[in-house]
Design a protein around this ligand. Structure first.
Ligand code: GLN
Ligand code: ZN
Length: 768
């Protein structure tokens, strides 16, 4: 292959194409393999990643992108920011590492894990650094150097990847009052300088410093800090620095980022292609520009011509020497290898043809480099032609484009978003029909997915039991659960969701426009991986999805049986989404499909229907300026899914996070009759928001935490409910747990719900 532009990879997935790391770690934690065996697996994975990139001809191959758990935790250890509670574990680096990651119990030790939270707007979770006022830092691990040398010994020159110092501090949390974590920068910088020096001495030429916060909203103090910190680092190291930003555009920070004394700047042109002109205008003459044109967040084949146009623009301005071709972000967020997808039933060849996973994306980078270099081979040109044919095929494919769906979405009118009457009128009709007591009780939907339930599903999948047998088992479990809810006296029952593997996959499998991979795993946190559905085409609902189960469950009881659906925004957020139309349009289609289900449930006699939207908040754009536009279509999609029913039908929604102070008006605009939310862990503090904002409809603030097996006492629950009464009028208060019970065992579930019902009774008495 003739050499074109420089190619740059920001990071690779690390769990292994066959999830080898996950398996090895879980075996290691269970004491089934030795530390040496775990280390050997890790080494093999790194080697295979590096060789794969080397073979493709990648110029800037990352190292230190491997991690046993999380790259932020790696850096926390590297700079020695080890919280005091782990002091007794410091003798053993790996034990310490895993204790910080997921806590440690047994052998007389009992330390809790560090907190985990979402990595920007991805579904990856990182371990949150903890800082104290008198925080000390010291270079405490050689991981970056070791991995650099490990690659070098294989004959592969790599570019170590390190989280930049400002992003590192911003990702963390102050664990005590009276200081700002940014104040720690002067203590942290010498450690960074030492880390870079060690890399330099090991022979490294480049280092990648990740500073995604440069593509977010940052205040003047942070902006000033960027200048000071990078000037200092520049003085401290002779390594060439590539400064990376991703997941959003530089926008107002363009001048700042372009002016930092680094050797190359990386920008994300998938998320923010429009930033190219401004960056080109601002970039000083000695700095190279790494163009993130190959999507690190999604699984679609690159439109090579579109990328070539962006590259050509940059080359015209900067010259070919200063333009690199790169993944938009680390490939951590996409699966390994499309060629592992061999099941045509699951992933038809016609759709597979439009997709690219990490291995394919690396090839795309090499190809782009060659094509942009000017002396491309005939083979490369042929590949470009093939790529354009695939892209054209996708653009016009009947698999994707369903005229009926498009027409229906286009014909949606403003009244389709509104219930027939306003809440007060609906509430009166619902009260007359449902005749619920004060403090009505319900649950969020799922009941324990026990080992047995999961084993039935596995057996059904493997053909070890027939579909009819599987159905019988699920029906019996459902019937038992309905009976038990009646026995303890719940008011609005649920069927238990035993038939569902996952709240998104279950619907995706039944909707048109979705497909599934067999090995499309991406890391969610630690050894946990998820396999998101792929939304490739126009979405519609060929036949009812949940009606049979709801009807069956309702037939077992006189009490209202709540229908249980996943909302359009959550289905979108937890899938790989098509990139050939706006997310808002895809969500609208999903909303119409869910609307059909809602209407069918109503026709089948279901009087209460819950549409879960736990992901509405995590879909918020990274840049504040884009919030309103997002919230508009996200809330509209929910309304569209819910508004097809009569006033008498009660619509619930559920959200499982406790921070929505900043979007409460939008939550109210969803206009669900009842919203159930998570608040028990914050002791109802979250309800503060309702002091200033009078939420107009009914609310069920979760009265106990389902994430722990602990059984709350009746008194605890009554006191929480009394607290809630201070914020929410009694006649609009519901009583329910925090979230679904699928991860719990039956024993604690039963005990907790019995107490919850006793608490509700107590309050009814008090308020009679
Ligand atoms: N209905 C779902 C359940 O109970 C809701 C889960 C969620 O919000 N994450 O499991
Ligand atoms: Zn929840």
């Amino acid at each position: 292959m003739s050499k074109g532009l420089k190619t740059n990879v920001l990071g690779f997935p690390r769990v292994g194409a066959g999830r080898e790391l996950k398996k090895a770690e879980e075996a290691f934690w269970a004491g089934k393999i030795t530390r040496d065996e775990l280390e050997a697996t890790a080494r093999d994975l790194r080697k295979s990643n590096w060789q794969r990139q080397q073979a493709a001809g990648i110029d800037l191959i990352p190292s230190n992108d491997f991690s046993f758990y999380d790259q932020v935790l790696d850096q926390t250890l590297a700079v020695g920011a080890i919280p005091e509670r782990y002091n007794s574990l410091k003798g053993d680096a790996l034990e310490l590492y895993f204790a910080m990651a997921h806590g440690q119990q047994g052998n007389g030790k009992d330390v809790i894990a560090m907190e985990m939270t979402k990595w920007f707007d991805t579904n990856y979770h990182y371990i949150v650094p903890e800082f104290v006022k008198d925080q000390h830092f010291a270079l405490s691990s050689n991981k970056a150097v070791d991995e650099y040398k490990e690659a070098k010994a294989l004959g592969i020159e790599t570019k170590p990847v390190i989280i930049g110092p400002i992003t590192f501090l911003l990702l963390g949390k102050e664990k005590e009052a009276g200081f700002s974590r940014l104040d720690l920068i002067d203590r942290l910088l010498p450690v960074y300088a030492a880390q870079l020096k060690a890399l330099e001495e090991a022979g490294a030429q480049w280092v990648q410093l990740d500073e995604p916060f440069l593509a977010l909203d940052i205040d003047d103090q942070v902006k000033k800090l960027y200048v000071r910190v990078y000037q200092e680092l520049r003085r401290q190291t002779r390594l060439k620095i590539v400064l990376t930003t991703y997941f959003s555009g530089l926008l107002d920070n363009t001048g700042l980022a372009a002016g930092l004394p680094v050797d190359a700047l990386h920008i994300d042109l998938v998320r923010a292609p429009q930033q190219l002109d401004a960056v080109l205008a601002e970039l000083p003459a000695n700095v190279a520009l790494s163009l993130g044109v190959v999507d690190g967040r999604n699984i679609w084949k690159n439109n090579l011509q579109q990328s070539l146009d962006l590259i050509a623009k940059a080359v015209a301005r900067l010259g070919a020497d200063r333009v690199w071709v790169a993944g938009s972000s680390s490939f951590l967020h996409v699966p390994y290898d499309l060629e592992q997808e061999k099941n045509e039933q699951k992933l038809p060849a016609a759709i597979k043809r439009w997709m690219a996973f990490t291995y394919q994306k690396v090839q795309e980078l090499a190809l782009l480099s060659e094509l942009a270099g000017g002396s491309a081979s005939g083979a490369a040109k042929q590949q470009l032609a093939q790529n354009q044919a695939d892209i054209a095929d996708r653009a016009s494919s009947a698999l994707i484009h369903d005229a009926a769906v498009k027409q229906r979405a286009a014909a949606v009118s403003t009244k389709d978003y509104d219930r027939l009457s306003a809440y007060p009128e609906r509430a009166a009709k619902q009260r007359a029909r449902l005749k619920l007591p004060l403090f009505p009780t319900t649950t969020i939907g799922s009941f324990p997915q026990t080992k047995e339930v999961r084993s039935w599903r596995a057996k059904a999948r493997k053909g070890e039991i027939t579909a009819a047998e599987y159905d019988r088992l699920l029906k019996d479990e459902t019937a038992r659960t309905v009976r038990w809810q009646e026995e303890i006296g719940l008011d609005v029952l649920v069927h238990g969701e035993f038939e569902r593997n996952d709240m998104v996959e279950y619907f995706g499998e039944q909707l048109k426009g979705f497909t599934f991979t067999q090995n499309g795993w991406v890391q969610s946190y630690g050894s946990r991986c998820v396999k998101p559905p792929v939304i490739f085409g126009d979405v519609s609902r060929p036949v009812p999805m949940t009606v049979e189960w709801s009807k069956y469950a309702q037939s077992l009881t006189q009490k209202p049986m709540k229908g249980m659906l996943t909302g359009p925004v959550t289905i979108l957020e937890w899938s790989f989404v098509r990139n050939d139309q706006p997310r808002s349009e895809t969500t609208k289609q999903i909303a119409l499909a869910i609307r059909d289900e809602v209407v069918d449930l109503e026709s089948a006699g279901i009087q209460v229907i819950q549409i879960d939207e736990p992901a509405i908040r995590e879909g918020l754009p990274l840049r504040h300026a884009e919030w309103d536009a997002y919230l508009k279509w996200a809330v509209d999609s929910f309304r569209l899914s819910a508004a097809g029913v009569k006033d008498e039908t009660q619509i619930h929604t559920h959200m499982c996070y406790s921070e929505f102070n900043d979007i409460i008006e939008h939550i109210a605009r969803m206009d669900a009759d009842v919203i159930t939310i998570e608040c028990s862990r914050s002791q109802m503090e979250l309800l503060d928001v309702f002091r200033d904002f009078r939420y107009p409809n009914e609310i069920g603030p979760g009265v106990y935490d389902i994430h722990s097996a602990r059984v709350p006492s009746v008194d605890e629950i009554t006191s929480l409910l009394r607290k809630a009464q201070a914020y929410i009028p009694t006649e609009r208060l519901w009583v329910n747990p925090d979230c679904g019970l699928k991860t719990r065992g039956w024993e604690e579930t039963k005990a907790a719900l019995v107490n919850m019902l006793a608490a509700a009774k107590q309050l009814r008495k008090e308020n009679a």
